[in-house]
Design a protein around this ligand. Structure first.
Ligand SMILES: [Zn+2]
Length: 270
């Protein structure tokens, strides 16, 4: 069965239009406008909001095109900033955040380009110091931020409804119920947080409460893991670097920050 029989007059006309535009590509713009008018007319007739759907920026490619057009306008008005950034970067912050699409730290905290050196991974985890290549992504980012950029603050941000921590909470202690290639191996970095969260949460607490508690404790595990990196420990002890934990609750629009105290007391006579 040919196209014409299958789609009737519509198929024949569209095929003719296709052939015409192949021969005369300069007519494409004019044809596009005419077709747009036709779609509007038919949409009105059918009482369907098709035009809005067609023109909607929901299309992912159109969305990033529009986003970059906006950025180009910003780029033109901030030439001083971009000339300085072209030479070097001096961020005060290193931020470690989850890859979750709902928790972009730059958007949430109003950071500009050049303000923060950002590492994002599943559940914003920092594995303990190790020379193993498997953990080089986090280690190299922290090393570069501390030793080369000399950031003054590292903040690790956990967030509400973190899927990685939910997966961690669902794991058997012996790891017998793994379901993915990589995820459990990675979130296991925060394994100590599950025991603390379960101990802290009352028996009658909801899963949501336990989940929230576990996210916050996973941030604390990562903070302590940060301290196992020799260059982090030295910078913290010298007072040139401060570590922060944080919890971003995107359900209620709240953000909590806390510090890590790890000083040695002055000796006191007994
Ligand atoms: Zn997450």
């Amino acid at each position: 069965m040919g196209l014409y029989e299958k789609e009737g007059a519509y198929g024949a006309v569209m095929d003719s239009l296709d052939n015409l535009l192949k021969k005369c590509p300069e007519l494409k713009e004019k044809a596009g406008k005419k077709l747009e008018e036709l779609v509007k007319e038919l949409s009105l007739e059918a009482n369907v909001d098709t035009v809005k759907e067609v023109a909607s920026p929901v299309d992912p490619i159109e969305k990033i095109k529009k986003g970059f057009q906006d950025f180009k306008a910003y780029f033109k008005t901030e030439q001083k900033l971009f000339k300085a950034l072209a030479e070097s970067q001096h961020p005060k912050w290193m931020i470690i955040a989850c890859s979750d699409s709902r928790v972009d730290p730059a958007l949430v905290l109003g950071l500009e380009l050049g303000d923060a050196f950002i590492l994002r991974n599943i559940s914003s985890l920092v594995p303990p110091y190790s020379k193993q290549r498997g953990h080089a992504s986090a280690g190299s980012a922290i090393e570069y931020a501390v030793l080369h950029l000399k950031v003054e603050h590292i903040m690790i941000i956990g967030h509400s409804r973190c899927g990685g921590i939910k997966a961690l909470l669902g794991m058997n202690e012996d790891g017998s119920n793994r379901f993915s290639e990589y995820i459990e191996d990675w979130v296991e970095v925060a394994q100590p947080a599950t025991k603390i969260a379960k101990a802290k949460c009352a028996h009658n607490s909801s899963f949501e409460e336990q989940w929230t508690c576990c996210v916050k404790e996973s941030v604390n595990v990562s903070l302590w893991n940060c301290m196992t990196y020799p260059f982090v420990r030295v910078a913290v002890e010298q007072g040139s670097l401060t570590l922060h934990g944080a919890y971003f609750d995107f359900v209620n629009g709240a953000f909590d920050r806390w510090g890590l105290q790890c000083s040695v007391e002055e000796p006191q006579p007994l």
